[in-house]
Structures are given as structure tokens and as C-alpha cells.
Design a protein around this ligand. Sequence first.
Ligand code: ATP
Ligand code: MG
Length: 456
Amino acid sequence: MLALGFLNNPRSGRTLSFGGPEMQPVATVREILLGTFDAKHVIVRGWLQNKRIGGGIIFLLLRDGSGVVQCTLRKGKVDDKTFEEFQSARIESSVELRGEVKPDPRAPGGREVQVDEGRVVHPALEEFPIAKQFHGPEFLLDKRHLFVRSDKMRSILRVRAVVLSAVREWFDEHGFTEVHVPSLTSAAVEGGATLFEVKYFDQKAYLTQSWQLYAEALIASVGSIYTIAPSFRAEKSRTRRHLTEYWHVEAEAPWCDLNCIIGVEERLLSHIVATLVEKCKTELALFERKLEDLEKVKPPFERVTYDQAFKMIGEEKSGIKWGDDLGYEQEKLLTVKFDRPFFVTHYPKKAKAFYHLPDPSNPEVTLSVDCLAPEGYGEITGGGQRIENYDALLARIREEGLDPKSYEWYLDLRKFGSVTHSGFGLGLERVVSWVCRLDHIRDAIAFPRLINRIYP
Ligand code: ATP
Ligand code: MG
């Protein structure tokens, strides 16, 4: 019988609570379930997600961040003190167990750990406030620091991470360099209505809405570039797809026109989706997202112009006039006509920010593009070709009533070797909401920032 000890495993550097002649390293639940851990006896550590007692056996569901595994404690096999300790342990206590991995078709994942030693590391001091019964969304948001432990949130956070690693993988393999720009800025990118103003010593500053203006400077230094960073928008309307702080994947490329950037977007998105299909089957199943839906996402995506989209929705039903931007309601009407992401191009000038290049063959519209996800989700990316010419850019800044002084350095870029260039921004939480079929974007991020919420 091994003694309960607190040994330091010199190889892993991890403190183990169980030791003895054959010291064992800690296995992750993932390793246990996949059978990739090459020892029959394992030590597992984590949180008590659930507990059931019956017939002298305590069934535990142990969660360790990599997965959930069933662990059983039998009276007589573990000592009485341990059995009693686990009998009274509350859900979400932290625990450490040692036992043998055995196949069990009744256990979730098909394997269980039959425990021979265990201890409660820190017992939960109170009943866990989130129970199996229904809780309203505001309650769950108040308890977000605990709700992040749920299967739902854990799966979403993993999907997020896989999306981001796919993004980096694709850009890195296609000649894009990752660059970072400040979050504190002196001028608006996307218009003043959604700007967060902050005090910057004795000056006024703003939280960034997009990296774009800086990106246009950096393409002349490092060429094709991308970033992954938070963007801030003081969104005053409450919708299911707006956060006030969200993670923005943005790209900018020199010598690249509208058609070229659309190609980048559709290949990037297809890679993201293919990576999810490969690596997140369990998570996608939890959200009842069919893999066939995602397997259809392959380039080329369908393209419609704003004009065509406007006609497809039907002027009366649309509730907007020609020239207005497509909002959530209009996009919803449009997305029912598609079963995979598609592009809307050539938005009217008045629906887009000043830097979008007017179409030389019809200057009322711009060489802009949004990618819309199906099933009512709508816009997941926005971008297009930028104005190259100095005078044209200055005229657009003036036309929008903006102060050219604030954009002096940005205008400078057109004085020193301007080139055809394009870029786009992809909202990470928009993509996650769509692939995970979420009702609200707040669940696509661990701690959402919304008009009425900055706690916890
Ligand atoms: P919308 O019309 O939906 O408000 P937008 O046109 O203002 O979006 P862009 O300026 O084109 O958005 O930003 C690029 C991308 O960033 C969008 O396509 C979207 O995916 C994401 N995004 C924009 N605003 C938000 C927000 N408030 N919360 C989450 N994601 C956002
Ligand atoms: Mg947009």
C-alpha cells in the first residue's frame, strides 16, 4: 500500500500528493480518455463536476480542463476516512485521485478511473450556486466567474482557441506577418458614434475600433500583415451580436485589390472551419452543429452586390432605403437564402467609412465587401480596397466632415509610394457564435463587455 505523501516529482517538477516506490506523473483526462497515457495507474487532479452515490460506490465526474472522466470510489477499496471525505464533499471541490484506468462502456468516454487513494484538496465552502435547474441569463452573467466552468463555456473557449490557432497557422503559411498596434489612439477609424473616449493625461484619447490606419502604414514596412487584438466599440444599441470589447482578427495587404482580398478571406475562413471539423468534433456536437454544414464551407464563396442583395430582400420588407447599411434585420432576411457564408460587395459610399475606394465605374458605391454567415448570423467580416490617391483621400475626409489635421500622418502614407491595397476585419466572437450556433454573442467570450455589463 502506498503512503499518502507530498513528494516532488523531480522529472516533471510538479508537486504530487501521492508517492512511493514507483512515483507516477499526473495524467490529463484527455490522455486517459484517448488512452495515450502509458501507465495503468494514474494520478488525476481537477474539480468535482458531479457526484452520485449508490450501492457503496461514489461516482465522481472529475473535470481537469482537458475533459471530464468518471472516477469511482468503492467502500472497502479506499479507506473509510477517504470514502467519508468524498461522501460529504460538495460539487466543485478540488480533488486529487489515484487509481487504475479501466474500460467501462457505461462511463462517458468509455473509460473510468477506479480509485484506490484520494484526497479533497480544497473542499467547496458552500453549495455551488449554479445547479442543474434553469437559471436566467442575468443570473448566469452575474456568476460568470463560476459559469465559465460549465461544459458549454469550456467548449466555447476551446473553439475560440482553435479558431485563433487556425488563423495564425493560415496567415503564417501564406506570407503574412503578425504585427501589433496601440489600443490607445488619437483618431476614429469607424466613425465617432461608437468611440470610447478616455483621459490620456491632459489629452483626449480613444480606445481603438480597428488597427486599420496603422496597418496601412505597416504594409510599406513588412508587406502583408495581420493582427489579433481587442477592438472597442461603444455600441449603444442592444443586439445579439455586438460586444463593446471584442477580439478582432485584421489583415492588410499591399498590391492587393478587392478581388484579391476576397480570395484571402474565403481561404482563411475555409481553413478555420476545416480545422474546427478536424479538432473540435466533441465541442461542435455539444452545440448540435452538423459537420456537413461546415464541410460545405469551401472557396469560392458566392458573391452578390449590395444592389442585388437589396433587391433580394425586397425594398418594402427591408425597412431601409437604398444607400443605408444592411443591419441585423436586413442581413437576417438575406442569410435565409444561403446555406454557407457568402460575400456582399459594392456597398454604397454613405454606408461605409471614408477610406473605402469608390468604384471607378460607379462612384456611388465602394469596392467594399462584407462576409455574411448563414442562419441569420450575418456579418462576420468587413473590409475592402482602400483609397490610394492623396487628393481623393483628402476630399473624402473633408466630405465626411472629419478634420484633416487628425489624419495628417495617415494622409502622409499617400505621399510616399502609395500602392493598391486592401484589408478586412473579422470578429472572432461573430465566427464563434455562428459555428457554435449561439443565441447571443456574449457567450462567445469568457467575460463579455456589454452596454449594461462590466462585472465580473
Ligand atoms: P456591424 O455593422 O455589425 O455593427 P461593422 O460594420 O461596424 O459591424 P466593421 O467595422 O466592419 O463592423 O468591423 C469588422 C468586423 O468586426 C465585423 O465584420 C464584425 O465581425 C466585427 N464587429 C464589429 N463590431 C463588433 C461588435 N460590436 N462586437 C463584436 N464584433 C464586432
Ligand atoms: Mg462592417
